[in-house]
Design a protein around this ligand. Sequence first.
Ligand SMILES: [Ca+2]
Ligand SMILES: [Ca+2]
Ligand SMILES: [Ca+2]
Length: 288
Amino acid sequence: MKRAASSAFAAIAALVAIAAASGGCRTRPTARAVPFDSNLEWTFVTPENGVVDDETTAPSGMNDLCYAFTCVCDDEGLAVVVLTIDDDVSADSCDKDATSCPAWDDDAVEVFLDGECARLPDSRADGGVHLRHGGEFALVANGAANSDYSGYPNSFCRDETARRSLGSATNALWTGEVQRGPDVDALRNCILASPGCPEGFWPEGGKATSYLFAFSWKAMGQTERPDRIGFNIGVQDDDGGGRRDHTLYWTGTPHRPYVNESAFGTLVLDDIDMPITVNEPMNEGEKR
Ligand SMILES: [Ca+2]
Ligand SMILES: [Ca+2]
Ligand SMILES: [Ca+2]
């Protein structure tokens, strides 16, 4: 376990280093840099245990949408890996090279970060001043990205913007990669063999897409690895093009789950040599 975890952090360090070195370019890390071994803890989100945004309808079942995610970190930053299973992959609303686009209208994964664990009921209140501690970061199934509702708009694989004063402007704040087809076979096999994988998680005809996010701690307004952060994931499901059909969150409130940090989960980052722990949210009453 110790060896596997150490190799995981070495890989993530390399991954984040790639992001930092890339500066304002479009170079992306490879998902293969993340060691998809069975020691990583996976969390499974299905229409049965997830939270549906009340602006959308619930997925009809795991054949419509389900996903698994895991997180690892080191002193440089946080990596989040998400595998979605979907019956129809659609990304017609965002150009594939976009870094500012309506990700929520396509198949997309949104990661929500609350770097100071403030647990505000509205992360966008007071002109969004709190968003310098993170906010909403999205990757679209076609590789587009969006961070317009974070403290760092249009910052995907770019140098830190001057409009937010957080120190040197030398590193990319966040980057990522999206893969489908045979490229996700290793990840699929890892997840299907991991403890807690629900029966039927990979329905017949389900199409898998992997999303890899790599965040510098600076993207959460931090100068070093914090002890814990508020955290959530939302997956948008567009079937057949046009606008989204469903949104399924790991946890949160059905009403405006994308801003209500009080119902986010917590990532406890208590030991650099261990995968981070995904805790249940503090506000259990809000979780279905
Ligand atoms: Ca679907
Ligand atoms: Ca769309
Ligand atoms: Ca879809």
